[in-house]
Design a protein around this ligand. Structure first.
Ligand code: TXA
Ligand code: MG
Length: 337
């Protein structure tokens, strides 16, 4: 299949995308978090193609994207009133909310669960494509399953060129990590995946929430998961990557003592101390770290590094999302100096 490249600066890009989606095709679209691989969420056959293109395990459900609150009612059993409070503060934006689904949602979307994940993105191009197609769009991150999520159109092309109908290039994603996922189907609500909306922001609206232990830790063998995405190896470059906790001075000494070639994945301004390095964001600034972490993980392989040591991000606020992605990319290898 030839993948069409569409520049979002060209007004026709969103029209062409909407037409492809209405015909049951797949289009990679920019969102404020990461690029998404979109299909008509109400068409099980179209949704199946997403799983094939990504090589995604079939038991991992997808997020449904809408552009307005009115679109949600038919998709869920009943709109939880707390959804409106969350929407008022955080939508459109990097938050996904899980509720009991309606029969309209095909099994392919929710992987056989009785719930559906819904998000209203803020990216103007994503919003225009949803509106012009007139459809709710199922869209996982537009990477090959297991790879770091795509925050640039070129990342999508690396993984999915020739496998999907089109890629819309809307430049770099501003948040850089996937949305926060919270389920209202448990009491109290459970944070399943940290992202651009922080636990404290959720608690402002919802009161007490619980945080799934899978956010911080490896799942136990055979453990039943609330969010199937948590159990797969994720975001991982081919290289062996390890997180290093401790001061920059200790980090530098540790790396320089290594006998085999290693790549330093560090913060802005620190790279000059090493032969091979990739910088991701500023020290103590989670927002810039979030924006660059996936690109940095892809660069580890592009630079043909076999081993990389990553400076540990701050783990509070949006930093929790950066840390959550990194420990998965590192296969939970963390060294404390
Ligand atoms: O920011 C984002 O959320 C991006 C952009 C494209 O919107 N999308 C994204 O989708 O990250 P994906 O498929 O890569 O991640 C969806 C996550 C997975 O961990 C999945 O297991 C979980 O949400 N999920 C989806 N539906 C669920 C459900 N009904 N119950 C529990 N977890 C669910
Ligand atoms: Mg993903």
């Amino acid at each position: 299949m030839k993948t069409l490249y569409l520049d979002a600066k060209n007004e026709n890009a969103t029209n062409v995308s909407a037409e492809i989606l209405k015909k049951g095709g797949l289009v990679a679209i920019p969102t404020e978090t990461v690029y998404g691989l979109a299909a008509n969420a109400l068409d099980g056959e179209a949704v199946k193609k997403i799983f094939i293109a990504k090589g995604r395990p079939q038991d991992n459900p997808l997020i449904v994207h809408v552009a307005s609150l009115e679109e949600i009612e038919p998709l869920v059993e009943k709109v939880d009133p707390r959804l409106y409070s969350l929407a008022e503060k955080y939508w459109p934006g990097p938050l996904t909310v899980i509720m009991k689904k309606s029969p309209l949602i095909p099994d392919e979307v929710c992987a056989g669960l009785d719930t559906v994940a819904i998000r209203m993105p803020s990216h103007p191009v994503a919003r225009e494509i949803i509106k012009k197609s007139g459809l709710p769009l199922a869209a996982p991150s537009a990477n090959a399953s297991g790879k770091p999520s795509p925050t640039k159109a070129s990342h999508v092309a690396q993984d999915l060129e020739g496998k999907i109908d089109a890629i819309v290039d809307g430049g770099e994603c501003s948040v850089g990590v996937e949305s926060t996922v919270v389920t209202l189907a448990t009491t109290p609500p459970t944070l399943l995946r940290p992202g651009g909306i922080t636990p404290a922001q959720l608690e402002d609206v919802l009161g007490e929430i619980q945080i799934s232990h899978a956010v911080f830790e490896k799942l136990r063998e055979g453990e039943k998961v609330q969010s199937p995405g948590m159990k797969y190896k994720h975001y991982a470059p081919k290289a062996a990557v390890t997180i290093i906790k401790g001061s920059f001075e200790k980090y530098e000494k540790f790396l320089k003592a290594q006998k085999i070639e290693t790549c330093a994945v560090c913060f802005e301004g620190e790279g000059k101390n090493f032969d091979k390095f990739i910088e991701y964001g500023k020290a103590n600034d989670s927002l810039t770290q979030a924006r660059h972490i996936f690109d940095a993980l892809r660069k580890v392989d592009e630079m043909k590094c076999e081993r990389a040591f990553v400076r540990c991000p701050v783990t509070t606020g949006v930093g929790l999302a950066v840390y959550n992605r990194l420990i998965r990319a590192c296969g939970f290898r963390v060294i404390r100096l």
